[in-house]
Design a protein around this ligand. Structure first.
Ligand SMILES: [Zn+2]
Length: 302
């Protein structure tokens, strides 16, 4: 099941931006066009959807969607008639379809069908060029009443100047590893069986040291991509793997910790050494080191 948020309050991370956006919605001060700018995988499109839902909900409170009215349910299901979403890079890898951009631009000039507001989401807006840019430029220049355009981009600087100058930029930061894990958990993006049973036999050999074959085994067991991760910009395989490896190392850490209580001082000393190495490996993951390098450093005792 893909993960679509029902409300801004469900967004993982981006606390400051979420609070600001909710306040602007609440006071009716949201700009008619905005750019959610942030690194791939930080949840730009997820935030765009939650923001659009807040705009469409007639029963919103404190600038956020109620999450349960007919508008919220339809927006959540992806079939609200006043919410248009252009395909992202994943659904349309060869570029933003011009005919869809034109259809959205034309639809924007009519009144909201359900009477509250209209929202248009344009993911990966760096792709707006030529005819697709021209189609949408018209609604940026003369925004129809009660219509909000929400663009997402890795960098607003990558957008055409004519588009960037008509929209307000909201900067989003990359999610922390812990936030990434929460998102992955919410999406069920990593298969539960895999997470529940780390490859302890191989991990033990990595921890025993100097066993690069064991490193390869662990790397091969990591998910090659999120199993079901649609609805948002691609979460990079490396981020998924780091999140998965982090969970395994934490589980390994819990196992090794039992060794500290060993009556044999040599066993206890070994457990302490292993815990220190695991601690460094987790810190390396926090610094976004690739899983293979983290495991190699763990095996080599660096
Ligand atoms: Zn609602």
């Amino acid at each position: 099941m893909s993960y679509r948020p029902k409300a801004l309050r469900e967004i993982v991370g981006h606390t400051g931006a979420v609070r600001l956006l909710a306040r602007l919605v609440d006071h009716d001060h949201l700009p008619h066009a905005l750019i959610l700018e942030g690194p791939v995988g930080c949840g730009r499109r997820t935030l765009a959807l939650a923001l659009a839902t807040a705009l469409l909900c007639p029963q919103r409170q404190a600038g956020d969607a109620c999450g349960s009215c007919a508008h919220c349910v339809q927006a959540h299901a992806g079939n609200h008639p006043d919410l248009s979403e252009l395909p992202g890079r994943r659904e349309a890898p060869s570029g933003l379809p011009v005919d869809e951009a034109r259809a959205v631009a034309e639809g924007a000039s009519s009144s909201p069908l359900l009477g509250v507001a209209k929202a248009i989401i344009i993911p990966d807006a760096e792709r707006l060029r030529g005819a697709s840019a021209n189609a949408l430029l018209k609604i940026l220049e003369e925004p129809p009443p009660r219509t909000t355009l929400i663009l997402t981009a890795a960098s607003a600087a990558g957008l055409l100047g004519t588009i960037r100058s008509r929209a307000q930029v909201f900067r989003l930061q990359a999610l922390s590893e812990a936030e990434n894990e929460r998102v992955l958990g919410l999406r069920g993006a990593l298969s539960r069986e895999r997470l529940a049973v780390p490859p302890f036999a191989s991990l033990d050999r990595v921890l025993a040291g100097f066993d690069l074959a064991a490193v390869a085994e662990v790397v091969a067991t990591l998910p090659s991509k999120a199993a079901d991760d649609d609805g948002d910009e691609a979460r990079t395989p490396a981020a998924v793997q780091r999140a998965c490896l982090r969970l395994w190392l934490v589980a390994l850490n819990d196992r090794v910790r039992g060794g500290l209580r060993s009556p044999d001082p040599r066993s206890a000393g070994r457990a302490l050494d292993q815990l220190e190495r695991l601690h460094r490996a987790l810190a390396d993951l926090d610094r976004n080191h690739p899983p293979r390098l983290v495991l190699e450093a763990l095996a080599l005792g660096k």
